[in-house]
Structure formats: structure tokens, C-alpha cells
Design a protein around this ligand. Structure first.
Ligand code: GLP
Length: 241
């Protein structure tokens, strides 16, 4: 596990974007595992800037997102597909056929998850997986207590997660109660994993995840076992280390 401390959010975003851009330069047809949430927005902004300067080319890149709310269509402005479109894809030259998010509009969880596992397999495997961390240590939507061995599956979101994500919805009642997420097994199969964390609110969970025992109660703790895991965090998120 490599820990890179950044001064602030901007510095964290630039350092993480540097790692992703190195991946894309070394392997122009890289498979990037992408994440939503407020934390990676600055990373996407930085990558867009470098693309606009002509330093990055996404024409052959393939992306596979971690998760999606069950019941939301691509066109729904609360869907993770929409989030990715707004914050990243529509600003770069990625081929629309090469971007993937679990199909939230497919209400059949078995089919939707199986299809997504097929997409991951056919991609040849994720070269670099970007992650944020939830307040309770979740990654993707793998909530505390879930088995580490799972591939894509349907989860019941915990109240903590629903509450944390309510800021993106008009009302807390509007937050979907279920999601499709890549499992820990799929995440751990990525060749490289890069996590970003910022702000004092993440300090305690970062300490528990990376300086505590590996346990399904803190899903992100499994990343301690990954052979190529890098954590980039700002001073506030590193305060309890
Ligand atoms: C959601 C996403 C996670 C993300 C988490 C933290 O639950 N499914 O992938 O890491 O939010 O979000 P934020 O970065 O806004 O703290």
C-alpha cells in the first residue's frame, strides 16, 4: 500500500489524475474502472484540462463504472450514468460504445448483474480502478458486512449511505434503496487500485480502513491486501493517521 499525502483537494485531484494519465499514456486502450461521488470530480476536471491541452487521448480507452442505483435510467439526472456523462465523458473524446455502467433500468437483478460481469470479463480486465470511500468504509456500494467474494450484485443501501447521498436528491425519500455494484472480488481483480479521499469527515474511516484490521465490517480494509494499491489523500483526511 502506497500513501501519497496531498496539501488540499486540488493537489489530491492533480496527483491522482497524474497516475490515471500515466496509465492512459502507457496503454492508450486502457480499461479504467471509474467511480462517482463528490471526491473524484476534481480528478475528472484535471483529466479534462489535460485532454483539452492535447496531452491526453481517450479515443481507445474503455471505462467500467463501479455502480448504479437500481431503477434509474441513463437519462435520469440522478443516475450515475448521467453523473459520469456530465462530469467526464461529454468533455473528452471517449467512444460512447466504450463506457459502461450497470444497467439500473433493468429491474431483474440477476440478469443485470450477470450482464455486467460479462462486460468486465470481455474488457480483458480493469487496468486501473479509481475509488472513493463512503463514510462507513464502503467502496462502490459494497456495504459493511458483505462478503469479500462477490462479483456484481444487488445491494440494499444502508441508512448511513442513503443519508449521505441524499444531498444529491431533492428529498431523502427520493434516494433509491437499492443499487447494483461491482463486488469486492471484481474490484480486487483490477491490476492497480487508486483511492482518493479528502476532508476531515473521512479522517476516521481512512484510519480504520488502512490502519485497522481487514474485516468485512470496513469493506475498504481489504485494499490493504491488494498488491498495487495507492491512496491519495489531503491533509484533513490524513489527520488521524
Ligand atoms: C457513493 C458511491 C461511492 C463513493 C461514495 C463516497 O456511495 N457509490 O463510490 O465512494 O459515495 O462519496 P463522496 O466522494 O461524495 O464522499
Amino acid at each position: 500500500m502506497k500513501i501519497i499525502k496531498a496539501k488540499d483537494y486540488e493537489d489530491m485531484s492533480r496527483k491522482a489524475a497524474n497516475i490515471i494519465s500515466a496509465q492512459v499514456i502507457i496503454k492508450p486502450n486502457a480499461v479504467l474502472g471509474l467511480a462517482t461521488g463528490s471526491t473524484p470530480i476534481g480528478v475528472y476536471e484535471q483529466l479534462i484540462k489535460w485532454y483539452q491541452k492535447g496531452d491526453l487521448d481517450f479515443a481507445e480507452v474503455c471505462t467500467i463504472n463501479l455502480d448504479e442505483y437500481r431503477g434509474l435510467k441513463h437519462s435520469d439526472n440522478q443516475s450515475y450514468w448521467y453523473f459520469m456523462q456530465e462530469h467526464f465523458w461529454r468533455h473528452i473524446n471517449i467512444n460512447p460504445e466504450n463506457v459502461h455502467v450497470p444497467d439500473g433500468s433493468n429491474l431483474d437483478p440477476v440478469k443485470a448483474c450477470k450482464e455486467y460481469d460479462e462486460i468486465i470479463k470481455h474488457s480483458g480486465g480493469i487496468d486501473l480502478q479509481l475509488l472513493g470511500i463512503g463514510d462507513d468504509g464502503h467502496i462502490g456500494f459494497n456495504e459493511p458486512g458483505e462478503a469479500f467474494e462477490l462479483e456484481t450484485h444487488c445491494v440494499d443501501l444502508t441508512y448511513t449511505t442513503i443519508k449521505a447521498n441524499a444531498r444529491f436528491f431533492a428529498r431523502e425519500e427520493d434516494v433509491p434503496k437499492q443499487a447494483y455494484t461491482m463486488g469486492i472480488k471484481s474490484i480486487m481483480q483490477a491490476k492497480k487500485i487508486l483511492m482518493v479521499a479528502n476532508g476531515a469527515g473521512k479522517a476516521d474511516i481512512v484510519r480504520r480502513a488502512f490502519y485497522g484490521p481487514v474485516t468485512p465490517e470496513v469493506p475498504a480494509s481489504i485494499l490493504q491486501m491488494h498488491p498495487d494499491f495507492t491512496l491519495v489523500l489531503d491533509e484533513a483526511a490524513a489527520a488521524a493517521l
